[in-house]
Design a protein around this ligand. Structure first.
Ligand code: SF4
Length: 211
């Protein structure tokens, strides 16, 4: 991981904008703590009651992966969600596959679950964040096993091309986005997640089920 250097820097070149953000998450202690996590184990897994899109009550398994984090965080220093606390810059595809195996082990191979929520502290289908072969494996396996998949995405990543790619591999899966406010100024200056209702990236096209 690049050395966190704070607002004034230490003379070395910053790799990503978020390394320049003077915030508690960039103190040497916070960086040390993040890098102490085992990259082959998911951040956490659990089961909860849920409701399928057709209204049926079910049990959902949630798997929160330890990923490389959100591209918008790298680019803009966005810290809105706080998920950067669960990431490492050096997570590999092998690590992600190992985390998936570990999640299935801890969750009895999704015994009794009809839904699986896969959260990556960013956008599931962002190729710089998560290797495409790993995305593809998760999409296909959950589809083949008849598990309703829920993934997350940042709104501006939801392009028709990406949706088509995802829908080909897991028709009917749900892509969730977070719209914390409907006010352009609040979204731009307080939330800073990179989109607004009037920006041309309409959140309404970015949530819902894949046909
Ligand atoms: S864009 Fe969303 S996922 Fe990415 S850092 Fe900001 S709040 Fe978190």
């Amino acid at each position: 991981m690049a050395q966190a250097s704070g607002m004034l820097g230490d003379g070395s070149k910053a790799v990503k904008v978020h390394h320049l953000v003077k915030a508690p998450e960039n103190t040497p202690e916070s960086v040390r703590r993040r890098e102490s996590w085992d990259a082959t184990e998911p951040a956490t897994v659990y089961k909860t009651p849920e409701i399928l899109p057709d209204g049926t009550h079910c049990t959902a398994a949630t798997v929160i992966f330890r990923t490389r984090g959100c591209a918008w965080w790298w680019k803009s220093g966005c810290t809105f969600c706080g998920y950067f606390n669960d990431v490492r810059d050096d997570v590999t595809a092998d690590d992600l596959f190992a985390q998936w195996d570990e999640a299935k082990l801890r969750l009895d191979d999704f015994e009794g679950c009809s839904m699986v929520k896969v959260y990556t502290s960013g956008t599931f289908f962002e190729d710089r964040e998560n290797p495409p072969e790993w995305q593809e494996a998760i999409l296909k396996e959950t589809h083949e096993r008849g598990l309703h998949l829920v993934i997350e995405a940042q709104a501006q990543m939801c392009t028709p091309e990406k949706f088509a790619w995802v829908a080909e591999r897991h028709p009917g899966c749900t892509v969730a986005i977070g719209l914390e406010a409907y006010d352009d100024a609040v979204l731009r200056f307080h939330v800073n997640k990179g989109f607004s209702p009037s920006s041309g990236t309409a959140p309404s096209i970015c949530s819902g089920r894949m046909a």
